[in-house]
Design a protein around this ligand. Sequence first.
Ligand SMILES: *[C@@H]1O[C@H](CO)[C@@H](O)[C@H](O)[C@H]1NC(C)=O
Length: 462
Amino acid sequence: MGLVKTLFVVLVTIGSAYVTYIIHDSLGSDPVPEINDEFWGPGSKPGVIPGNEDETIKPFKVDFTSDLKDLKSRLKLELDSNRFATPLEGVGFGYGFNTIYLKKVLTYWMEKYDFAKREKWLNRHPHFKTKIGGLDIHFQHIKPTKTMNDKYKKTVPIIFIHGWPGSFVEYQKLIDYFLEPKNSEINFEIVIPSLPGYGFSQASSRPGLTPVRIANILGRLMKRLGYEKYYTLGEDWGSLISTDMGILYPDRVKGTHFSCYSFHPMDQFKQFISTIFSPTTTFPSPRARERYLPLSKLMGYSLRESGYLHIQATKPDTIGIGLTQSPSGLAAYILEKFSTWTNESFMDKEDGGLEHKFTMDELLDNVMVYWVSKCITSSMRLYSEAFNNWHTFRIPVTTPTACVIPPEDVVAASEVGLMSKFPNLKHFSSPNSGGHFLSYEAPEVAAKEALKFFNDIEFDKI
Ligand SMILES: *[C@@H]1O[C@H](CO)[C@@H](O)[C@H](O)[C@H]1NC(C)=O
């Protein structure tokens, strides 16, 4: 890139960062919002809480098999239709999901994916539903056996919170690492909810169910299960929601482990300035420097990878129509993220590198949850809620936190870009492998980073 062009890019960036900075008046921080228990079910009105809610907790089972005829006939119709655009030659996933590879995915889904077996795998631990705020909230609640507990000094509760386009499925491989952890003096009772509007949790009927309000719902869930104090762990939106729980319930959340990122304007500003003047200290890992520097590269990359975010934050329902009707549309839209967010260079591969890190069954398990629950539209609305209501982005999290930034993750996060939002950050770890879906891709890495932090907190070592 020529010098003039570089200068231009730098100036435009400084200009826009400065404007953002002024607009958000980011030297101050917002007060902790007062979130009241609210109702989100059909016919509910803001601030109006109807009478007694049925608080019973009912067993639930994942069902992939009872309505298979419809899915299989759609898959067959779409595969036989000859309506897929031929991808450009040699572009891999560069223009989005490659349709030649997509046909392989769909064929596998139709012919080889063992619906009954996968359903059984997802049902190996108990599932439940309970009504919170007018919504049926689905969750797994998994307790270690007594023999397991005997090996540890203490058994403590934790909630794992997923993001988009994920589901409770993303944490299936992490469970064993927390029931019976290695190098740990504690083990865990685990709660894995589906976010409202995701998987088997009911979606809100009216606007306004922002991440911090979801944090309130999940806080109520933990309370209903009898947990007074607990840990939280999250990825993607789950990072934001798990740290929001620390903001709302500082006396209950003992510590949060999340994927490093801060939307705090001051953090973004600091990271930006630091990247210009001290790129190597901002991004100490060679892979991060290769991916993000010079800054124009980071900007180009951010622009290329954030189109979905703009759509979902503005018109989620329109794109949701095609995705809810068509299994090929749904699989392509979701799995494109599992490709590029797992390793940026997978974009150059004809198969999106999808099966390098996940099995086809693992990939389709998550797609199946979206398919059978018809939740893709409501899941995307979370972007609209979050970006149209700037609730907690500027509120510091004072509870102990630790975060992990895998080298192939989709965001560029640095330690300096986290300070304003996370003044009590205890660990910043950057392992040398893994991408955005770390717990699903490399549960051993995710567990190791998180367990060290939880042990340190539990025994007051930090
Ligand atoms: C990402 O993919 C590239 C090319 O396939 C590979 O060289 C690199 O090691 C991968 N990164 C990780 C962390 O696996």
